[in-house]
Design a protein around this ligand. Structure first.
Ligand code: ADP
Ligand code: ADP
Length: 301
């Protein structure tokens, strides 16, 4: 625990274990698991794609420990789109800090009220607040076999905190044989990013992501799955988009470089169609899943 404090730069709430979460982390509990990307009573995501997996391959995926997967890339790179597909394939949750923060804003929790203006400006929320949310989310039972971090870490402090947290919670606790994340860096041409962001539409009910240019719904502005009216994210406005892209260059690119120096990054060409990008990512994860610690074998973690 002390090591975690030191290595992580001391984000207290996350480091003090399951029983002593901060008030802010407690607030997070109000966010429903369904909203935060956890499996629902209906299973994991779209039935259609699930059916494409053969029964045996689905059973295999459910038993495997995948470990932590980090998706890195600028706004509009396709992190959310790909996270949902990886989630459906391996049956591990998507942990999107952007979605979690937006949910806090929507519910007007004390944290949501605090961070609302920051999100609207396209700036980053302070590290300790985001780390608290992530710590809470990764301790949920559905994250025991692994998870996809979408939009986290975004600063070097968050990356250092994550390493320490994963080591302490998953490796030293004896759950996993390894803890270092697979870092998938999705690269996309800058002009394409602008089109992707301005064309993005999201279903407020099931979270499906559309694009009016490359992946429109069957009926204009209406979700194919539940008929809800699609929404444009508040921060997908022209004046905020550039700020978000600049913030990525300044604060998140160094995170990619940090992981690159450690030899943990796999590059993915995000300019390709969605299916091809998914295929590239799954191939990388398949080669590197982290496995259970030997003492835990056969426990069906
Ligand atoms: P991020 O989470 O990285 O901001 P999203 O997954 O929300 O990105 O994708 C941004 C937009 O780009 C969405 O409208 C999505 O439909 C579209 N998109 C995602 N991946 C691709 C792709 N490979 N080709 C074309 N459009 C894509
Ligand atoms: P995108 O999909 O466009 O990359 P996200 O949905 O991940 O954007 O994030 C939306 C906003 O939420 C960010 O602009 C930032 O204000 C906040 N946010 C999300 N993740 C983090 C994080 N890890 N650290 C700080 N702020 C974050």
């Amino acid at each position: 625990m002390t090591a975690l404090h030191l290595e992580a730069g001391g984000f207290a709430a996350a480091a003090t274990g399951r029983r002593k979460q901060s008030k802010k982390a407690d607030v997070c509990l109000a966010v429903t698991l369904a909203d935060s990307g956890a499996p629902t009573e209906h299973g994991f995501g779209e039935v259609g794609r699930k059916e494409r997996l053969g029964a045996s391959s689905m059973a295999e995926q459910v038993l495997r420990t995948i470990g932590p997967v980090v998706l890195l890339g600028p706004p509009g790179a396709g992190k959310g789109t790909q996270s949902k597909r990886i989630t459906e394939h391996y049956h591990i949750p998507q942990v999107s800090t952007g979605d979690l923060l937006r949910e806090h804003v929507k519910q007007q929790t004390p944290l949501g009220v605090d961070v609302q203006a920051t999100l609207a400006k396209g700036e980053l929320v302070p590290d300790h607040l985001v780390c608290d949310i992530v710590a809470w989310r990764l301790r949920q039972p559905d994250a025991e076999r692994g998870f996809i971090l979408d939009g986290f870490p975004r600063t070097q402090k968050q990356a250092a905190w994550l390493d320490a947290f994963l080591k302490f919670e998953f490796f030293e606790s004896g759950k996993w044989a390894a803890w270092l994340p697979i870092v998938v860096r999705i690269q996309v041409d800058y002009n394409k990013l602008l089109l992707r962001i301005t064309g993005r539409r999201t279903c407020p009910v099931d979270g499906t992501i559309y694009n009016i240019y490359s992946n429109p719904p069957r009926v204009d502005e209406i979700c194919d799955n539940d008929g809800a009216k699609l929404v444009i994210r508040d921060d997908d406005r022209d004046e905020v988009i550039r700020e978000r892209l600049d913030t990525y260059e300044r604060q998140t690119k160094p995170v990619a470089e940090y992981y690159e120096k450690l030899g943990r990054v796999v590059m993915v060409d995000g300019d390709q169609p969605v299916d091809e990008v998914t295929e590239q990512i799954l191939k990388q994860i398949d080669g590197r899943a982290c496995g259970v610690a030997s003492g835990n074998e056969g426990k069906g973690s």
